[in-house]
Write a protein that binds this ligand. Structure first.
Ligand SMILES: Nc1ncnc2c1ncn2[C@@H]1O[C@H](COP(=O)(O)OP(=O)(O)OP(=O)(O)O)[C@@H](O)[C@H]1O
Length: 258
């Protein structure tokens, strides 16, 4: 095989990988519908060119140009998510578990299971490598140690901080009552409300983990990478957290603490 054939094969392989990667990122988002629409308009434009339907062709060409200019504005959240996913690839990795210990993990698990028993709604976001400063700023800053009692009291109805998400970063409760962007996915169970959509949303935009206690049913869920695992008991929650940390390649942390 000549050098030229090898580089062409490499070229094709890289493009196929990029297309696969991009499709993976947009699957299940509203971008899928848009791409279907664009393909349809493109096919009709091509057909009108072949049939020499000049006015139709001019109209569709102009329409496609306008759509291409509007794309980055309409799909700003998806583009941000894609760039963040690329940035997370490994070379920007930081030591993000340094303030964590077994007490912190156990307090979170124990608080979540107690809240679930009382059917007290809760949303807890645990940040990993991607910082959540812009979300922390939407809430009330606490910057306090993680404690089971504090987490439970924040989510009590009488607490002025119970509405919104509690955010944990670098092993500390950074803020409560934070407002998160809701996921815009079209394939989320329609019975799930805004608390669950907010949990899915934050894990689409960052590599954080979100824990949800449903006020309606007391069910515990965990979101990661835009996917929600539901109906977790204490053991499953612990296992899921361990699996997530394992994925983060923080195996030593997992072995020591979970
Ligand atoms: N964008 C958001 N960011 C953070 N928290 C939110 C957001 N939207 C809603 N919430 C929280 O979710 C609560 C409303 O939950 P809602 O009943 O709509 O959701 P749900 O997913 O059905 O949860 P539940 O099963 O607990 O009822 C709000 O009171 C608020 O605390």
């Amino acid at each position: 095989m000549t050098w030229r054939v090898l580089t062409s094969l490499l070229d094709i392989f890289i493009i196929a990988f990029i297309i696969y990667y991009l499709l993976n990122i947009i699957s299940g988002t509203r971008a899928v519908q848009l791409i279907k629409g664009l393909i349809l308009i493109f096919a009709v434009a091509l057909l009108s060119q072949l049939l020499e339907l000049n006015t139709v062709n001019w109209f569709l060409d102009s329409f496609l140009t306008i759509i291409l200019v509007a794309l980055p504005i309409v799909f700003q959240p998806e583009l941000r998510r894609a760039l963040e996913q690329i940035g997370r690839g490994g070379f920007l990795k930081e030591q993000f578990w340094q303030n964590w210990g077994p007490k912190e993990i156990n307090d979170i698990i124990s608080a979540v299971t107690d809240l679930a028993k009382d059917k007290t709604g809760a949303l807890i976001v645990i940040s990993r490598r991607v910082g959540l400063k812009n979300y922390i700023e939407t809430g009330i800053e606490l910057n306090s140690k993680i404690s089971k009692q504090l987490i439970i009291s924040i989510f009590q109805h009488a607490s002025p901080l119970h509405d919104g998400a509690l955010i944990i970063e670098n092993g500390r409760i950074q803020a409560a009552s934070c407002f998160l962007n809701l996921s815009t996915r079209s394939d989320i169970n329609p019975r799930l409300g805004t608390r669950h959509r907010a949990a899915i949303g934050i894990t689409e935009e960052s590599d954080s983990i979100a824990l949800v206690v449903s006020e309606e049913s007391g069910v515990i869920s965990m979101a990661e990478d835009g996917k929600l695992s539901r109906n977790l008991d204490e053991g499953e929650l612990r296992e899921n957290l361990a699996a997530s940390f394992e994925k983060s390649k923080e195996k030593s942390f997992m072995r020591r603490h979970i």
